[in-house]
Write a protein that binds this ligand. Structure first.
Ligand code: DAH
Length: 347
């Protein structure tokens, strides 16, 4: 077969080529135009053709190649459209699948519930630093200079910096009562605030103690505030938090910053007051400390104790959460074990 005849034969073939899918299309490419393809082969042969014949053969050969390329493109376009039609299009207007939401930390749930209860009777939230100083945590709160709470055994002190001679009085707050002092120094009565936050104590970590935990401090200062007001507010809180049948009892106690001072117990939420292991058989569980703000504290913070009186209370969020959700081991609150955390309300 002469080269002209081969070109003519291929022209016929290429006119009729068909591909049903991408694989067949690729097979055609290999058959005609790959290194050993039939059209490529003709170009090889063409190189050996004498110069004077080249023009007569080159033109149909190039036409053959162009024909093949245009047929190939046509089929490729058709296949592309068919493939796209068979693939379902994304609906970009569709709302996305719901994301898997996390759950709220039990301490956050309880803190928010407590804030909500007190905000209904006019308390607002105040904030203060966790890294504090002796003045706001102890001195202004009427702690004597030698009070054992200042001891390294109880309090984490921030180490003095290089070259500094004096021991530093910077420390991690041991209670949220420090926020009381900041509020009193900065605001004029009437004051009605709730101060939630994290506190630190130098304790060995166990099921019942941790080196950090959470408190909420309450402070109310105005003219004619009495212990009866304090009792009424605490009873309201206990009933809102633990149910209408909850009873409270106040036991005399001592805190440097309140006079008189008391500790408050509620009837045990777990056994209903009958006595269980949680309340150690007494039917009562202690949930907070409270009292009338000591006049020394009012004066130290620039409030005239002859005009104003006030009450304060401080409660442990972990303690309330233990009661509310029956969590027995304090360590669970900070271990971030999702098997524990997933049991609480989602966001
Ligand atoms: N600050 C106390 C503590 O950490 C709790 C407390 C007791 C706060 C009596 C008060 C209070 O405001 O009046 O143990």
């Amino acid at each position: 077969m002469t080269i002209q005849e081969k070109i003519a034969a291929l022209q016929q073939q290429v006119n009729d080529i068909k591909a049903q899918n991408a694989a067949e299309l690729e097979a055609l490419r290999i058959k005609y135009l790959a290194k050993k393809g039939e059209i490529t082969q003709l170009y090889e042969e063409f190189r050996a053709i004498p110069k004077e014949e080249k023009a007569a053969i080159g033109a149909p050969l190039n036409q053959l190649k162009q024909l093949y390329e245009s047929r190939f493109r046509e089929m490729k376009d058709q296949l592309g459209a068919a493939v796209a039609a068979a693939t379902p299009r994304e609906d970009l207007t569709r709302t996305p699948d719901p994301l898997e939401l996390g759950t709220r930390h039990p301490l956050s749930l309880v803190r928010e519930e407590i804030i909500d209860i007190f905000s209904r009777i006019g308390f607002t939230v105040a904030d203060g630093p966790e890294v504090e100083d002796d003045k706001h945590v102890f001195s202004l709160l009427n702690f004597a200079p030698e009070h054992p709470a200042r001891d390294m055994q109880d309090t984490f002190f921030i180490e003095k910096t290089e070259g500094e001679q004096k021991p530093t009085d910077v420390l991690l707050r041991t209670h949220t009562s420090s926020v009381q002092t900041r509020v009193m120094l900065n605001q004029k009565p009437p004051i009605r605030v709730l101060c939630p936050g994290r506190v630190y104590r130098n304790e060995a970590i166990s099921a019942r103690a941790h080196c950090f935990f959470h408190q909420i401090e309450g402070l109310y200062i105005d003219k004619n505030v009495s212990f009866a007001d304090l009792r009424e507010v605490l009873l309201y809180f206990a009933k809102e938090m633990f149910g209408e049948d909850t009873k409270i009892r106040l036991r005399p106690s001592y805190f440097p910053f309140t006079e008189p001072s008391a500790e408050m117990d509620i009837s045990c939420d777990i056994c209903g007051g009958k006595g269980c292991s949680f309340c150690k058989g007494t039917g009562w569980v202690e949930i907070l400390g409270c009292g009338m703000v000591d006049p020394n504290v009012l004066e130290a913070c620039g409030i005239d104790s002859k005009v104003y009186t006030g009450y304060a209370f401080g409660l442990g969020v972990e303690r309330i959460t233990n009661l509310k959700y029956r969590v027995k081991d304090l360590r669970l609150f900070s271990e971030n074990d999702v098997r524990f955390l997933r049991q609480f309300k989602s966001c």
